[in-house]
Design a protein around this ligand. Structure first.
Ligand SMILES: Cc1ncc(COP(=O)(O)O)c(C=O)c1O
Length: 382
């Protein structure tokens, strides 16, 4: 009797049941070669593997794992999360119209604001929390790509992927989802109708804060995907084999890390939700979060490891708390095993739409009691 298709935890733990054909090694090797010899018939020995800028077996294995997790036709690793986003955006054509959320990962928002002119792309923004705002921003026949991020940095607003896909498709556009925070374990955008999924692999996929990497997955190998593949090769935004190897190694424990981060984030969010020094806790797992009902439908197994707190007393009080933490590490980024806390407005700069009393928290896998105690003591400085 044949086994059922393996579940995500099994695919991850075994790196898609990897056994090296030559040596029997249970971990994929790091193939650092830039170039690959052809066989006696002058054909590539592995399909598509002739030169590492076009393809390398080490990143192919990681891409295969990701494609399986996302239920995608294909996946590719690139040099960073922002390169994953910009690779897709650069694959649009001059004159195309793009729709983005008003609040999103600030680096990519900056890319659209600064570079869309150079690439002759028109764009409109929508408020992901306002009903009908996405529909109003889409221009039927003109919009080629709708970009959403869910849960969305750093308010963790949740966008209904199935509804966004239906609106995009009705207008003849494709839907891309930055699913970095949800991870392929909590949300599968392609199942919900998305065309492309993007991850900053720097975050949960790798999980150990020791690599910068990005990933894209596609529901079908369509025209835009073919252009994105070409762009990775011709723009040269490839990931080094060592970084790909680190991403693949990190992914093997992602299910356990994400499970723990979700459980701890839920605990911390609930614990501090009525704290006198906190104006508001933003976490999609809390019933009073505006995105909770959609998150309940769309996210499975947890609401993610990311949350924010708005400190009572404004910017100065928030900065005092950020400086007073002793276990939370005062650094940017997210999705690693260590918990981080940052004053988001400082990081994003003067144009940031983020409230200046907001502290963004990435919950890691430490003892949750230690984390709660650290935040409690830091809040006495608010
Ligand atoms: C949601 C999200 N998308 C994209 C990125 C960009 O990723 P990278 O820093 O790997 O380029 C980040 C980085 O913080 C992010 O949080």
């Amino acid at each position: 009797m044949k086994n059922e298709a393996p579940k995500p935890a099994t695919i991850l733990a075994q790196a898609d049941h990897y056994i090296d054909a030559t040596t029997g090694a249970v971990t994929p090797p790091l193939i650092a070669a830039s170039t690959f010899a052809r066989d006696a018939d002058y054909a590539p020995r592995l399909p598509g593997v002739t030169y590492s800028r076009d393809g390398n077996p080490t990143y192919r294995q990681a891409e295969q794992v990701l494609a399986k997790l996302e239920g995608a036709a294909d996946a590719m690793l690139v040099a960073s999360g922002i390169a994953a986003g910009s690779t897709l955006l650069r694959s649009l054509s001059a004159g195309d119209h793009l729709v983005i959320p008003r609040v999103m990962y600030h680096g990519l928002r900056e890319w659209v604001h600064s570079f869309s002119n150079r690439w002759d792309l028109a764009f409109s923004e929508f408020d992901p929390t306002a009903p009908n705002a996405l529909e109003a921003a889409i221009r039927p026949g003109e919009t080629k790509l709708v970009w959403i991020e869910t849960p969305c940095n750093p308010t963790w607003d949740v966008t209904d992927i199935a509804a966004a896909a239906a609106l995009a498709h009705k207008a003849g556009a494709k839907l891309a989802v930055d699913s970095t925070v949800a991870t392929p374990l909590l949300t599968r955008p392609i199942e919900l109708g998305a065309d492309y999924v993007m991850h900053s692999a720097t975050k949960y996929l790798n999980g150990h804060s020791d690599v910068v990497a990005g990933a894209l997955a596609a529901a079908a190998e369509d025209e835009l995907w073919a252009k994105a593949r070409e762009s990775r090769s011709l723009d040269g935004v490839i990931l080094g084999p060592f970084e790909a190897w680190l991403v693949l190694r990190g992914m093997r424990t992602m299910h356990l890390r994400v499970q723990q981060s979700c459980a701890s984030a839920m605990h911390i969010a609930s614990h501090f939700s009525a704290h006198p020094k906190i104006e508001r806790v933003l976490y999609p797992g809390l019933a009073d979060h505006p995105g909770h009902e959609i998150a309940k439908r769309q996210m499975r197994g947890g609401y993610g490891g990311m949350m924010s707190i708005q400190v009572a007393g404004g910017r100065d009080a928030a900065l005092r708390v950020a400086k007073a933490v002793q276990l939370f590490i005062p650094a940017t980024s997210l999705g690693g095993v260590e918990s981080l806390l940052e004053h988001r407005a400082t990081v994003e700069g003067p144009d940031s739409p983020v409230p200046d009393n907001l502290l963004r928290i990435s919950v890691g896998i430490e003892d949750v009691g230690d984390l709660v105690a650290d935040l409690e003591q830091a809040l006495t400085q608010a």
